[in-house]
Design a protein around this ligand. Structure first.
Ligand code: ZN
Length: 201
């Protein structure tokens, strides 16, 4: 990991950058050199933006979204439906759904999924708060928008069981042929799921 003839400041920068998802030591070295070559245009503004974000952005105590206000902008928006809560694994998934503009209710960020392999238990996730929210009288539907992975689906089944007692309708996203997708290019799992969830035309 040591870079020949680099001082401890550069080593520290590279080590920290290499902890970013998708950046190994090699790309961290490239990123460090890129930043050092653009000190005023990129490196200092980035350092300011990082410090600013670290100070001001926190997790919403209601839904787990990241924002400068608590409750977050989604939770406090007066024009969003109160009756439906969409459950997602990460804030990134919430952003993706917001970009699609398909859902106008509230969200709940679990902060991961159950995993026997990684030792993630129900108490490690933001589940107690979800149950509490689901039990409120105004909530009638919980939409599970979890990834179509084994752990995502295990978590969906666990949540569906836990939410049954809250007396809400529990739904999940359809799995199927993507818009513009060609059957020949789909993997077997997607094709099988699309066939299973076929509907009348
Ligand atoms: Zn929120």
């Amino acid at each position: 990991m040591r870079t020949a003839s680099a001082g401890p400041e550069i080593e520290r920068l590279i080590t920290l950058l290499s902890k970013m998802p998708g950046l190994g030591p090699r790309s961290a070295r490239r990123a460090a050199l890129h930043l050092l070559g653009r000190r005023d245009a990129l490196m200092r503004p980035l350092a300011d933006a990082l410090a600013d974000a670290a100070d001001k952005i926190s997790a919403c105590s209601e839904c787990g979204n990241m924002d400068v206000s608590d409750p977050c902008a989604v939770c406090s928006a007066p024009n969003r439906a109160e009756n439906a809560i969409c459950v997602v694994e990460t804030v990134g998934d919430l952003w993706a759904l917001e970009r699609a503009g398909a859902f106008k209710g509230r969200y709940h960020v679990l902060g991961g999924v159950l995993s026997a392999l990684d030792g993630v238990r129900p108490e490690d996730l933001n589940i107690a708060k979800l149950i509490e929210r689901a039990e409120r009288s105004e909530v009638t539907e919980i939409v599970l928008a979890l990834n179509a992975t084994v752990d995502g689906q295990t978590t969906a089944h666990y949540l569906a069981d836990r939410l049954e007692a809250a007396g809400v309708k529990v739904t999940s996203l359809a799995r199927g042929v993507p818009v513009g997708g060609e059957l020949d290019y789909l993997d077997d799992g997607t094709l099988a799921a699309a066939f299973k969830s076929r509907s009348s035309v």
